[in-house]
Design a protein around this ligand. Structure first.
Ligand SMILES: Cc1cc2nc3c(=O)[nH]c(=O)nc-3n(C[C@H](O)[C@H](O)[C@H](O)COP(=O)(O)OP(=O)(O)OC[C@H]3O[C@@H](n4cnc5c(N)ncnc54)[C@H](O)[C@@H]3O)c2cc1C
Length: 406
């Protein structure tokens, strides 16, 4: 039987960018949602910080973009640079003016999005928010799905719904409960992110707010956020985290990028491992995965969170068709999977891995040829538009939307 308005109940595990966006779309379409977040409050850690134009277009439809833009920094261009030659290719995103309302990258911490979205969800009569409860087991049958939650004090309860979205991040308990494989690989090196309030634009002339600097020994990424510059550098697999996160090590790296007559202030530092992985399937019966629960990739290109939000929009719109309009659930979910899994594999995983290969290229001739090609692209209006459409994920969204139902 088709569930009609307010009858259906969708459970969402995880209040990261994917979970909150899916929740807003569903409750505003008249579908009751319950969101469960393992932590007692929204995480405030520094993770993704780039919103691409199609993501901003989607968030604008939810009325979230004005607040987000007000709390972010508009990056009108991005760059590829060569550390040894000092040359750069700069991509001006104004070429997207006719394509999107947001012809720029918005540099803004992802926790600002989740905070804004959760405030909106609190005002929605069909949304319930539960903090401090982690999804830990899932069962499903003909009539619904049961989600067992473990509270911070160890107590457990089971809730029942018509559908479950696993948006509970890279270590997804929902994905594990369904035994869905998460195949791929882990890069050998560790990745360090260090943030400083020192303005690199004063130290490196012509620097864009987002830049990727190739080097055979030590590539790096510089990302400006409203208050800080974030620097991403690789360190060897065997490096001792205490050593590579020490003031002495980080000062040496920062001074190596741009020497200044004084130490850098270090506001934040972290080290992590990076994976390229994708779930074997995006849905099983009454459960579907979105965001990092479904795919994870390296941050070169800023595509992880953006791709996750694109999943959430696609999935939530299909669930609206199922629960409000009576569309066939399995057909809709197959379509979701064929659109979003294919794009994660062919585009997000492939593109970010390619960025990694280019940024660490050891052959000086290949590096020089690549930069020369990029400079030629940046100088040609047609080539620039094609290049920026790809980097801004506009092609990824268009390609996925072009996939017809089987
Ligand atoms: C250190 C780090 C740096 C990153 N930097 C970048 C970057 O520079 N650029 C980029 O594009 N991406 C980056 N990413 C990736 C980006 O943060 C993710 O792609 C994005 O957060 C995915 O959103 P999501 O909603 O799918 O998952 P998440 O943001 O991980 O949200 C999942 C939520 O679910 C909660 N949760 C976890 N388990 C459970 C459970 N069992 N039950 C209920 N809730 C649960 C978590 O607490 C979290 O709030 C980074 C990731 C990390 C870890």
């Amino acid at each position: 039987m088709t569930k009609t308005e307010n009858d259906a109940h969708v459970l969402i595990a995880g209040m990261g960018p994917a979970g909150v966006v899916a929740g807003l779309i569903l409750c505003r379409a008249g579908i009751r949602v319950s969101l469960f977040e393992a932590l007692a409050d929204l995480p405030m850690d520094l993770r993704a910080s780039t919103f691409h134009p199609p993501t901003l277009d989607y968030l604008a439809e939810l009325g979230l973009t004005d607040d987000l833009v007000a709390q972010g920094l508009i990056a009108p261009s991005y760059q590829w640079r060569d550390r040894q030659s000092g040359e750069a290719a700069t991509f001006d995103m104004a070429c997207l003016e006719d394509v999107t309302a947001f012809p720029f990258r918005l540099q803004c911490e992802q926790f600002k999005l989740t905070r804004i979205a959760v405030d909106r969800l609190r005002a929605e009569p069909l949304a319930e928010l539960h903090f401090g409860e982690a999804a830990c087991a899932v069962t499903q049958d003909e009539t619904g799905v049961s989600l067992t939650l473990e509270a911070i004090d160890g107590s457990r309860r089971t809730v029942r719904g018509d559908f479950l979205i696993g948006a509970d991040g890279a270590s997804s308990a929902v994905r594990r409960a369904l035994d869905i494989p998460f195949d791929g690989f882990t890069y050998p090196e560790q990745w360090v992110v260090v943030s400083t309030s020192v303005d690199f634009a004063d130290l490196l002339p012509g620097l864009s707010p987002v830049s990727y600097t190739a080097d055979p020994e030590e590539w790096y990424v510089l990302l400006r956020t409203p208050d800080l510059w974030r620097v991403l550098i690789p360190v060897p697999e065997s490096a001792d985290p205490d050593v590579v996160l020490s003031d002495a090590f980080l000062q040496d790296k920062l001074q190596g990028i741009a020497a200044r007559g004084a130490p850098y202030d270090i506001v934040h530092r972290t080290i992590y491992r990076v994976h390229q992985r994708i779930a074997g399937t995006y849905h099983v019966g009454r459960v579907a995965l979105a965001g990092d629960a479904a795919h994870i990739n390296n941050p070169l290109g800023g595509m992880g969170m953006n791709g996750g939000i694109h999943d959430a929009v696609n999935l939530a719109q299909k669930l609206v068709r199922v629960f409000r309009d009576g569309a066939d659930r399995d057909a809709m979910l197959d379509h979701y999977s064929s659109q979003r899994r294919a794009v994660a594999e062919r585009y997000v995983l492939a593109h970010t891995d390619q960025n990694k290969r280019v940024i660490e290229e050891r052959d000086p001739e290949k590096r020089a040829a690549h930069l020369a090609k990029l400079r030629a692209v940046a100088a040609s209006p047609e080539a620039l538009l094609a290049h920026v459409r790809k980097g801004a994920m506009l092609d990824a969204v268009a390609e996925s939307m072009a996939v017809e139902p089987a």
